[in-house]
Design a protein around this ligand. Structure first.
Ligand SMILES: [Zn+2]
Ligand SMILES: [Zn+2]
Length: 429
């Protein structure tokens, strides 16, 4: 019996195309190279935390009343039956757990972290929603000042710009803090209660437990109601209001276009003050999709048992990014030199030449199955090789070979000792 992958969990393959092109490994490689380069320039350090954590970490951090924890988290008892474990549904809780566990708030509260990894949510099956999905994200701990918000927004923007995406738009909101949020929630609840009948059944339920979540309900009736709902950013206390004004001024100064979005609350309970989303579109396309979301979570470190520590971060969906990148075309990933075996006696020479090419930084491939030259050169063509060479008995005897340019087809005779240098020179030029 054939066994297939689990629904909503995807293979990333170098051959992926058509509907699966977002899972083409060459796109992933290109995206990851940009992530890494931007993180280096912003002086963020990579961290890797386990995929499995205790389930209660997420119920405490993300919130029991959220869909993520309430409905979508993969949980299981470990074999001892004593602990409830969970596949991580998001990246921040684990990072905060690690930050506290290793005593970092005491040693150096300022930590600039980034991560790349898979998250798991048992979501309903729909387009661009996966049960295993990848996020790249940052967590900047220990800086409360609004320039830190602007720095993180600028980092996120730099990734999207460097990926060559268009239609980049930042949506900004401020959710206030423990000083001003309770009064705002009262105001919002009162507003929503008066319109209870127009809300979807789920939102009527949310109304009492988590009224903020009504603001990002996708139901049309709910959206009509919340269009006129009071805006959190208009009900901030003085310090939150000043913080938000300075974030906006910094973002303006950096030339990042943004739009205020009063209903941008994100699906997680831990956000305070700044919350944001980035939208982007593919080259030449008008249709924007949300690719990244984040915000400040000044209360979370303390809430999980650490020292009172401000923090801000975001998570970016890698599948969405790669789907947009795919519209620029899948980057070539071809060997510079393909070596064909023209004679059984040439195998070791071919292996040595391929290894020499690789040590000089060139991508090289040989077909050690040997056999018909035409078939081997056909493979060189299929692999998109830039140059090909056949090494057989004559080449071994004369120590010279014909280097074939796979684009134009012309051949140049070179000494085997000069072969790799010649390819390097012509690939470089
Ligand atoms: Zn609703
Ligand atoms: Zn406030």
């Amino acid at each position: 019996m054939k066994i297939n992958s689990v629904k909503g969990m995807n293979d990333v393959l170098p051959t992926a195309e058509g509907d699966s092109v977002a899972f083409n490994g060459r796109l992933w490689e290109r995206a990851e190279a940009v992530f890494r380069d931007v993180m280096r320039r912003y002086a963020f350090d990579e961290v890797r935390t386990p995929i499995v954590e205790e389930a209660q970490l997420f119920s405490r951090a993300v919130g029991e009343a959220t869909d993520i924890v309430g409905k979508e988290m993969y949980t299981f008892e470990d074999r001892s039956g004593k602990k409830l474990l969970a596949l991580r549904p998001e990246g921040t809780a684990g990072a905060v757990r690690a930050y506290i566990e290793h005593g970092l708030p005491m040693r150096d509260p300022v930590q600039r972290w980034w991560y790349f990894g898979s998250m798991f949510r048992h979501e309903r099956q729909q387009k661009h929603r996966y049960r295993q999905f990848y996020q790249v994200g940052v967590e900047l701990f220990g800086v409360a000042q609004p320039e830190a918000d602007a720095e993180v927004l600028s980092l996120c923007n730099a990734i999207l710009v460097d990926l060559g995406l268009e239609g980049i738009e930042l949506r900004l909101n401020s959710l206030g803090d423990e000083q001003c949020r309770p009064a705002y929630l009262e105001l919002l609840s009162a507003f929503l209660r008066e319109r209870r009948e127009q809300l979807c059944p789920e939102c009527r339920d949310r109304l009492e437990r988590n009224p903020l979540r009504v603001l990002d309900c996708k139901n049309e009736g709910c959206q009509a109601v919340v269009a006129d709902a009071p805006a959190s950013h208009e009900h901030l206390c003085a310090p939150c209001s000043e913080h938000f004004a300075r974030v906006r001024a910094s973002v303006d100064r950096l030339g990042i276009k943004y739009r205020l979005d009063k209903n941008l609350v994100r699906g997680l309970d831990y956000y305070t003050r700044t919350s944001f989303e980035f939208l982007a579109s593919a080259l030449g396309s008008a249709q924007q999709t949300a690719v990244c979301g984040g915000g400040r979570y000044d209360g979370l470190v303390k809430q999980l048992g650490g020292a009172d520590t401000p923090a801000i971060g975001f998570g970016m969906g890698v599948e969405r990014i790669c789907a947009l990148l795919a519209q620029q075309g899948v980057p070539a990933h071809a060997p510079a030199l393909f070596l064909a075996i023209g004679d059984e006696a040439a195998r070791e020479e071919v292996l040595a030449l391929a290894t020499e090419a690789r040590s000089k930084g060139l991508a090289a491939e040989a077909d050690f199955r040997g056999g018909k030259i035409a078939r081997q050169l056909g493979r060189a063509d299929k692999r998109g090789a830039r140059f090909a060479v056949v090494i057989g008995g004559n080449e071994l005897a004369s120590r010279r070979a014909k280097l074939k340019d796979m684009r134009g087809g012309e051949e140049t005779e070179v000494a085997l000792d000069e072969l790799v240098a010649e390819v390097a020179r012509r690939v470089g030029g």
